[in-house]
Write a protein that binds this ligand. Structure first.
Ligand code: ITT
Length: 199
């Protein structure tokens, strides 16, 4: 039987990237919904790592498979690292990303490029078969552009620009984003950890 991993996320965009990044593994990856686990998880941690561990541990109560979770967000230095761990909740969960991105651009109006530095952060937590919990972190450095651009990706991608490519992560191909992204970096690190334990 193929090995299984359950991913503790309800975010379909994350799930798509996760499947793309982990496609080289001989493992079946199920979202928590596909695994038949539908619960509300209160993310009341103070760091990305704490929240990722909260999500993974909550789902691990319902399965013996390895459980992974992703907690991620955008840190804007000029805004004291806002929206940070509150990235999904910024201006309310139901507010569109068009509106959220426009508001962040407005708050940075007139701020020079050198002060617009930002990063995406992704913490991935794993609950292993022996219930040990591991966490890793991946980041990508960039800056907030002057305007939103691009149709790929999701969330804050249209306003997050990468110096090396001179465009937003919403303008990169899926492959390129996964190659350089916070999520790609964190998931590659967790893959190494899983390999180390012989999974
Ligand atoms: P789960 O908790 O169910 O995984 P969520 O959307 O609530 O889904 P988070 O609490 O980790 O996930 O919030 C992450 C938010 O950060 C996400 O909703 C995006 O707004 C933003 N974000 C994370 N990764 C991103 C990426 O690759 N590109 C753009 N925005 C991203």
């Amino acid at each position: 039987m193929k090995k299984r991993i359950v991913f503790a996320t309800g975010n379909a965009n994350k799930m798509r990237e996760i499947r793309e990044i982990m496609q080289d593994m001989e493992v079946e990856i199920l979202s928590m919904k596909e695994a038949g686990i539908e619960i509300d998880i209160v993310e009341d941690g103070k760091t990305f790592e704490e929240n990722a561990a909260i999500k993974a541990k909550a789902i691990a109560q319902y399965t013996d498979d390895i459980v992974l979770a992703d907690d991620s967000g955008l840190e804007i230095d000029y805004l004291n690292k806002e929206p940070g761990i509150y990235s999904a909740r910024y201006m309310g969960e139901d507010t569109s990303y068009e509106v959220k991105c426009a508001e962040l651009l407005r708050r940075l109006d007139g701020v020079e490029k050198a002060k617009r530095t930002a990063r995406f952060v992704c913490a991935v937590a794993a609950v292993l078969p022996n219930k040990e919990v591991l966490t890793v972190r991946g980041t990508i450095e960039g800056y907030i552009g002057e305007k939103a651009a691009g149709e790929n990706g999701f969330g804050y991608d249209p306003i997050f620009y990468v110096e090396e490519y001179g465009c937003s992560t919403a303008q990169l191909s899926r492959e390129k984003k996964n190659e350089i992204s916070h999520r790609g970096n964190a998931l590659r690190a967790i893959k190494e950890e899983l390999k180390r334990i012989g999974f």
